[in-house]
Design a protein around this ligand. Structure first.
Ligand SMILES: Cc1ncc(COP(=O)(O)O)c(C=O)c1O
Length: 389
């Protein structure tokens, strides 16, 4: 039976819901804890210098960037035009012409990686995905989800792919799909694309798709003199960069860019949204787009370059301080990730360090200043001393 609309004059007044004082207290307590934790944040590649006050008013809007950022969808409460500006900024940085790229704002590095490898699989369904042992854990999961055949390549001590092992494992008769790193999660190692190109040429492999996981370094390398060209002047088909890492954001976010033509394979018109479905997620976060847009506008190229220089300076400072005090500490070239021996559990917890086997790392992000490094080195020395006693 169909319900008929009732002709009633009663007006429903919706009160603004309020938190109980107990819940308000709980929330205040959480805020304090998170602020305190942010003061000892050395182990993950997240920029804790955030200034997003101007965006507070957007939190009460139901922003959703569903669909293709370049098509006006039926869902009008969106930031698609700002998303396109953010993508244009990254496209410029990664040296790909306006007519040649497509991309979208993701919910982080993992989604961007999934997108790149999805396009790779759609282009070469009989391809083999090659990636190194020290690749981010998301790639194993993505390969599983996409049902891709894989070969895992050994690494050398710097964390880079062992190209000899790659040569042994390459199958010349099948398309070669790659996830390359710029840089690796634990050691910040950067792939050598010219070397890979030489190997592929020698083996006569022409059906190739290269996705680059540039979660942290994707935005940093373009600002470093002499750094490897991790951009579309190399034979890269897609690049994923996290937004919350170097630029920083209060929520995970990122971008993925790819060659325009490869997207047409997965594009479908969807009447429900009045746009094309060519992203991984349906509903997409349009608020984080504003956070990225604002960082880009506020810092500009010169501000970002200064932040990159600061990170590299702090990296050298941390290595000097640590080695002066008798600790092992090193970093790859063009990297702000300092590899150290795994410290005590108490220090790992306090400084929120990522560990893997016998190593840990510090990631010298824009919020890290010398006094924080000094404090960490002092505490590391004290725990070593107490172990020796
Ligand atoms: C190299 C690399 N790729 C991908 C990711 C995943 O990024 P996200 O956590 O934004 O999904 C990370 C996260 O640390 C990473 O280090």
């Amino acid at each position: 039976m169909l319900l008929r609309a009732q002709n009633t004059k009663t007006k429903v007044v919706m009160d603004t819901p309020q938190l109980s004082s107990e819940d308000q207290y709980k929330l205040d307590d959480l805020y304090q804890r998170l602020v305190e934790k942010s003061h000892t944040f050395l182990g993950y590649p997240t920029n804790a210098n955030l200034h997003n006050e101007e965006l507070a008013r957007f939190l009460n809007l139901t922003i959703n960037n569903v669909g293709d950022p370049y098509i006006k969808s039926n869902y009008g409460v969106n930031t698609l035009d700002f998303e396109c500006e953010v993508l244009e900024f990254f496209a410029d940085l990664l040296k790909i012409g306006k007519e040649d790229y497509w991309g979208y704002a993701t919910n982080g590095g993992t989604e961007g990686n999934m997108y790149g490898l999805y396009l790779a699989r759609e282009k070469y369904s009989n391809g083999i995905l090659y990636f190194s042992k020290e690749t981010h854990y998301s790639i194993h999961k993505i390969a599983n989800l996409l049902n891709m055949e894989t070969r895992i390549i050994q690494t050398v001590p710097s964390g880079e792919m062992d190209y000899e092992d790659l040569q042994n494992k390459l199958i010349s008769e099948r398309p070669a799909l790659f996830n390359l790193n710029a840089g690796t999660t634990m050691k910040g190692a950067i792939c050598d694309i010219p070397k890979l190109e030489r190997i592929l040429k020698e083996r006569g492999i022409k059906d190739v798709y290269i996705h680059c996981d540039a979660a942290l370094f994707g935005i940093m390398l373009p600002y470093m003199d002499g750094a490897p060209q991790i951009n579309f002047t190399a034979p890269i088909d897609s690049i994923s960069i996290s937004g919350h890492k170097f630029l920083g954001a209060p929520m995970p976010c990122g971008i993925v860019l790819c060659k325009k033509a490869s997207v047409d394979v997965v594009r479908r018109h969807i009447e429900y949204i009045g746009s094309h479905d060519c992203t991984i997620s349906g509903s997409r976060d349009g608020f984080s787009v504003l956070v990225l847009w604002m960082s880009i506008k506020k810092y500009g190229h010169s501000g970002i370059k200064k932040m990159v220089e600061h990170c590299l300076e702090m990296t050298q400072y941390a290595i000097c301080k640590l080695t002066e005090n008798g600790h092992t500490a090193w970093a790859n070239p063009y990297s702000n990730t300092v590899v150290i021996d795994k410290p005590s559990d108490a220090l790992i917890k306090k400084w929120q360090l990522a560990t893997e086997g016998s190593i840990a790392h510090l990631v010298l992000m824009p919020h890290v200043q010398k006094p924080i490094i000094d404090q960490f080195v002092k505490e590391l020395g004290l725990t070593e001393l107490s172990k020796a006693v």
